[in-house]
Design a protein around this ligand. Sequence first.
Ligand code: SF4
Ligand code: SF4
Length: 347
Amino acid sequence: MSIENKEYPSLSSAEQIKILENHERKYKSIPVFQEKLAENQLFPLISTKVELMQVNSGKLCNQECIHCHVDASPQREEVMTRETMQHCLNAMNKAGIREVDITGGAPEMNPSFKWFVKECSLSGIKVMVRCNLTILTREKYADMPAFYAGHDVHLVCSLPYYEAVKTDPIRGDGVFAESITALKLLNMAGYGNTEKNLVLDLVYNPSGAFLPEPQKCLENQFRKILLDKFGIRFNSLYALTNMPVGRFLGHLTGSGNYEEYMDLLSNAYNPCAAKKAMCRNMISVGWDGYLYDCDFNQMLDLKIDTEDNHISRFNPLSLDRREIILNQHCFGCAAGSGSSCGGATDL
Ligand code: SF4
Ligand code: SF4
């Protein structure tokens, strides 16, 4: 089923939890995620050592996509301060975390974003940025491709499909054309050229309430069509599942498709994918500095369960081997080939 191009009211984190935990006992067919894990001796799910810090730079974005789990938009005002970014840097250096994944919103719109990237690079931390592409076509951000190339930033860019017909309805009119323009700018800056080592990965997500096709097949299709039609090159493609969180959860419930989608995810439950969930070796920092197991838990306000749950009180010892906070949305990470910020997990 495709996603209707229709607006539904935003859900607070408490309202999302109420739906996911089935407080009104409406969704009888959906199993409990923790019980599915227990069947495979995976519950409680315990983290390993933190190897990656994911930093949410804020909810401000130039777009307002229907599938957005962050509920980001041009109207949002929440952005991470430089002080909080400095705490993130201190924490990574203290814990020996050598990789940061900066997400948003549109990270480029955070006033301290460039400073943070530069400081991370100077500390020898590998920087990955989640870029929505269209922001690069705005005059104010015209220098970003060169800036990224100059700091060896690994770019992970959203492109839900290789045609406007399946991109614009979920991301906005004209987004596909602007995304193609941005990809050409990145190729011109050296991205996607294997000899230059500037990595440009793409992110696909389904244009509706269904699971992604196998990642490798999608990658091959995208590679051929983007090259043949537009002359665009990229490195890899990550196929992500739409998570039943944030604006997408609002669409599922508003359109009466929530139970069907959760049935789809839970019927496709794959214990190998659950075991490789990205929360096991990362920590996610919210725009206000609170710590979460992942970006999705952030949107549900499910903070990690320790006293040191703010980046200003970062304590790596309390993070290793912590019990991960789970809920029904976790079926999204464990369905089919699995889904994480790095794409399918069980290939
Ligand atoms: S999905 Fe990405 S580009 Fe779209 S509104 Fe959310 S943060 Fe912005
Ligand atoms: S939603 Fe978050 S906590 Fe749940 S399995 Fe996925 S990464 Fe882990």
